[in-house]
Design a protein around this ligand. Structure first.
Ligand code: 10E
Ligand code: SF4
Length: 342
C-alpha cells in the first residue's frame, strides 16, 4: 500500500513540467447533443412524473449521471416504461419497430433523435422504396446503426470492413449510407472499395458523416501533427470520441480516451512537452476546462487554440418542449458550460 502511494507520488512528480497545450476547436458538444440534453432538461423542469429515457440520451457518463441525479430514469427498452408515461428517444435514433412499441404502450414520446440522424433514416427509406439494396457502413450493435438498419431490414446490409464488402453478393441496384460518426478517411476508403465492386453505386446527396464529426477530426489532425500525445475527453462507448483516438493513432501520435481528468495516468505526461487536447461531441466542455486546470497545476502551461471551423448550426426543439415558436439550440463548443448544468 505504502509502496503504491510512493510510486504514484513519484509518477506525478515526474509529470510536473511546463508544457504547451494545443487545444482543438471545434471540440465537445455538438448541436444535436445540446438539443437532446435540453429536451430532457426541459421535461424534467416541467413535469412532476418521471421522465423515462430509452438508452443513454448521449454516450457520456457525466451527462447521463447528471440527468439521472436530476430525476431522469434511463431504461434499455420501452417495456420498462409504464403504460402512458413520457419516454424520450435518445439522440442516436430508433428503428420504426420502437416507435410502434411506443404507440402500443400509449407512451407520450418526445424524440431527441438528432435531425442529421433522421436525415439518414429518410435516405434509407427513399433508397429502399426505389428498390435498392443499401450497404450501410457503420458499427454493428451501435444504437444509431440499429435504428437505421431497422428502416428497411430486408434491404440493408451492414458492413464494417473491406472484407465485409468483398463478401457481399448483391443483384440489382446498390446504394450506400453511413453512420454519422465514422472516421472520414476510413469511410472514404470503404466507399471506394464499394464503388470498385459495384460501379453503378449511388449514395446520399450530401455526406452522412455530419459536420460535427468532420470538424472535430479536422481540428484533431492539425494538433496531432505537432503534439507528443493526444488526450480525447469522451466516454468509451462514444463512437465519435473513439474515432478521434484512432485518427490520432493513424497519424502516429499516441492518444488516450478519458472520461474526465481523474483518468489521466501521470506516466503518459512524463516526456510530453506538447499535449493535444480535444473532446468528443457528447463530452461537456467543462471537462476540458478541468483537464487544463489540472495540467496548469503541474507547471506553467501555454494554451494555444487551433480553430479549423466555427460552428453556428442550430436545430429546432420538438413542440412538446419549445418555449416560443422557432426556438432552437446552437452548438457553441468554444464556450465553457458547467458540467453539472449540461
Ligand atoms: O457513439 P456516438 O458517437 O454515436 O454518440 P455520442 O452520444 O457519443 O455523440 C453524439 C452522436 C450521436 C447522437 C450520433 N450521431
Ligand atoms: Fe447530430 Fe452529428 Fe452531433 Fe450526431 S455527432 S448528434 S449527427 S450533430
Amino acid at each position: 500500500m505504502i509502496h503504491s502511494v510512493l510510486s504514484s507520488v513519484e509518477a506525478w512528480g515526474a509529470a510536473a513540467a511546463s508544457r504547451t497545450v494545443l487545444l482543438a476547436s471545434p471540440r465537445a458538444f455538438c448541436a444535436g447533443v445540446e438539443r437532446a440534453i435540453t429536451i430532457v432538461e426541459r421535461l424534467l423542469a416541467g413535469q412532476e412524473a418521471p421522465i423515462f429515457v430509452r438508452k443513454q440520451i448521449v454516450h457520456n457518463t457525466h451527462v447521463v449521471r447528471d440527468l439521472e441525479e436530476r430525476g431522469a430514469v434511463f431504461v434499455d427498452e420501452l417495456d420498462e416504461v409504464p403504460v402512458g408515461a413520457t419516454a424520450v428517444f435518445s439522440a442516436h435514433g430508433v428503428a420504426p419497430a420502437v416507435r410502434e412499441q411506443a404507440q402500443q404502450r400509449q407512451l407520450r414520446v418526445v424524440d431527441a433523435t438528432c435531425p442529421l440522424v433522421t436525415k439518414v433514416h429518410s435516405e434509407a427509406r427513399r433508397f429502399a422504396e426505389r428498390g435498392d439494396t443499401i450497404v450501410f457502413i457503420g458499427h454493428a450493435g451501435h444504437e444509431e446503426s440499429e435504428g437505421t438498419l431497422g428502416e428497411a431490414p430486408q434491404q440493408i446490409r451492414l458492413v464494417e470492413t473491406e472484407d465485409d464488402i468483398d463478401a457481399l453478393e448483391i443483384d440489382g441496384p446498390v446504394s450506400y449510407l453511413t453512420q454519422t460518426t465514422l472516421a472520414v478517411d476510413e469511410a472514404n476508403r470503404l466507399v471506394q472499395r464499394l464503388r470498385a465492386r459495384f460501379p453503378h453505386l449511388t449514395g446520399p446527396n450530401s455526406d452522412d458523416i455530419c459536420y460535427a464529426t468532420t470538424n472535430r477530426q479536422d481540428a484533431l489532425r492539425t494538433i496531432a501533427a505537432q503534439a507528443d500525445l493526444i488526450v480525447v475527453v469522451g466516454s468509451a462507448n462514444s463512437s465519435n470520441s473513439v474515432r478521434l483516438v484512432e485518427v490520432a493513432e493513424r497519424m502516429g501520435t499516441p492518444a488516450f480516451l478519458i472520461d474526465d481528468v481523474s483518468d489521466v495516468d501521470p506516466r503518459w505526461l512524463a516526456d510530453a512537452r506538447t499535449i493535444g487536447i480535444t473532446a468528443g461531441a457528447s463530452a461537456p466542455p467543462q471537462l476540458v476546462s478541468d483537464l487544463l486546470d489540472a495540467l496548469a497545476g503541474l507547471g506553467h502551461t501555454t494554451v494555444l487554440e487551433r480553430v479549423v471551423a466555427k460552428e453556428t448550426l442550430s436545430f429546432g426543439l420538438p413542440t412538446q418542449v419549445r418555449g416560443h415558436a422557432g426556438e432552437s439550440v446552437t452548438s457553441t463548443p468554444e464556450h465553457s458550460t458547467q458540467a453539472g448544468g449540461v
